[in-house]
Design a protein around this ligand. Structure first.
Ligand SMILES: Cc1cc2nc3c(=O)[nH]c(=O)nc-3n(C[C@H](O)[C@H](O)[C@H](O)COP(=O)(O)OP(=O)(O)OC[C@H]3O[C@@H](n4cnc5c(N)ncnc54)[C@H](O)[C@@H]3O)c2cc1C
Length: 334
């Protein structure tokens, strides 16, 4: 039996996919360990708006922290109030394991939260199991070249989960959900910081970490024509555009689209790597993708080792043929 607590991160008014993946994994563990319970912490100016979705994904209990400091327009950076709010929930919920989605916000506070609740933390794991009084997990290290097997004992143990480690599945047998309001009072002066401006990297782009299809460009995409081919394919598929360091250095794509060790980690259903060699530092950010399609003119490029399907050819010939075939398929409705 284990009391599991997870955290629903809200971005752009929606619970993130990674949070739903963490919740789904908790439900799976609860099913395996009889008598276990799954609770969710939600921290927002309006948690009520998300209760229905949490119930659909199998939350049995919700610990809601309501405060305007968590509204998107607030001038206070979220890390200090978020740490305080989650510490308050943990105190009230008394969980055995706390599973946090490894979102940027969580990465920022995990250490502080662990100290605050005096608990061991296993950051950025790609899989975990709950034992009696302990958690064992695995975590990719050295740019995903090795897998570290780690174990922590305590109550609670904090775990942060990487994107794409588990599927987000709705609960086929929804049950009733209890709501608990957690008292919260935060003095903004204590934060000691003021948020002066939030700069959007790009408007109208699909969020890389939330999408199910990514078209990623590498240095092989060498000009505006290549960029247009990438964007056309992405638009047809409703995909987000990502890039390797090579493509960003060439100045064709914004740094916010970087995927890899020093960029974003993505785990879409389909990842299309175009003109990307497959360096370890890039692969570290996309190895959780379910299906990888690689297009590269060098048949020996390392990227093919990570590909489900590979096309050895010039992207300037392959992409127009690919998009044309997709358009025809769409027009005939096949
Ligand atoms: C500490 C550190 C951190 C790093 N972090 C990252 C990171 O987060 N993300 C990242 O991406 N990189 C990162 N890098 C850089 C990484 O090592 C590689 O240099 C980079 O990923 C290479 O980008 P690329 O594959 O686009 O370019 P290249 O390695 O130059 O490969 C270009 C590929 O395009 C193919 N090609 C060329 N023309 C065509 C064509 N017409 N049609 C089809 N294929 C074509 C070539 O055959 C080649 O395989 C990091 C490096 C270091 C040292």
């Amino acid at each position: 039996m284990a009391r599991l607590l997870t955290f629903a991160e809200i971005r752009a008014g929606r619970i993130t996919r990674l949070s739903l993946e963490a919740l789904s994994r908790c439900r799976e563990i609860a099913r395996q360990r009889r008598g276990s319970t799954v609770a969710v912490a939600i921290v927002s100016d309006n948690p009520l708006a998300h209760f229905e979705e949490l119930a659909r994904y199998g939350a049995e209990e919700v610990f809601a922290v309501t405060d305007t400091v968590f509204a998107s327009a607030t001038r206070t950076p979220r890390s200090a109030p978020l740490t305080a709010a989650l510490a308050g929930v943990i105190k009230q919920a008394v969980p055995d394991v706390v599973v946090l989605p490894s979102e940027e916000s969580v990465k920022e506070i995990l250490g502080a939260l662990a100290i605050r609740v005096f608990a061991p933390a296993l950051p950025d794991v790609s899989g975990f199991d709950v034992l009696d009084g302990a958690v064992k997990a695995q975590r990719p290290v050295f740019t995903a070249g090795f897998m570290a097997h780690v174990r922590a004992e305590g109550a609670p143990v904090l775990v942060s989960l990487r994107a794409g480690s588990y599927a987000a599945c709705q609960n086929p047998e929804p049950s009733s959900m209890r709501i608990r309001n957690v008292p919260f009072a935060f003095d903004e002066k204590v934060a000691g910081k003021t948020l002066r401006k939030v700069v959007k990297a790009a408007s109208g782009r699909i969020d890389l970490s939330e999408t199910s299809v990514v078209v990623a460009a590498g240095r092989g995409v060498r000009d505006e024509k290549g960029k247009r081919l990438i964007e056309e394919l992405a638009a047809l598929l409703g995909a987000a555009v990502g890039a390797s360091r090579g493509a960003i250095e060439a100045g064709l794509f914004p740094p916010s689209s970087l995927i890899g060790q020093t960029g974003k980690t993505v785990s879409p259903d389909v990842y299309i790597a175009v003109g990307i060699s497959g360096a370890l530092q890039h692969v570290a950010g996309m190895s959780g993708s379910r299906t990888v399609i690689a297009i590269n003119k060098d048949a020996d490029a390392p990227v093919f080792r990570h590909a489900t399907y590979g096309i050895a050819g010039d992207l300037y010939e392959v992409l127009p043929a690919f998009t044309e075939a997709l358009k025809q398929k769409a027009s005939t409705g096949d």
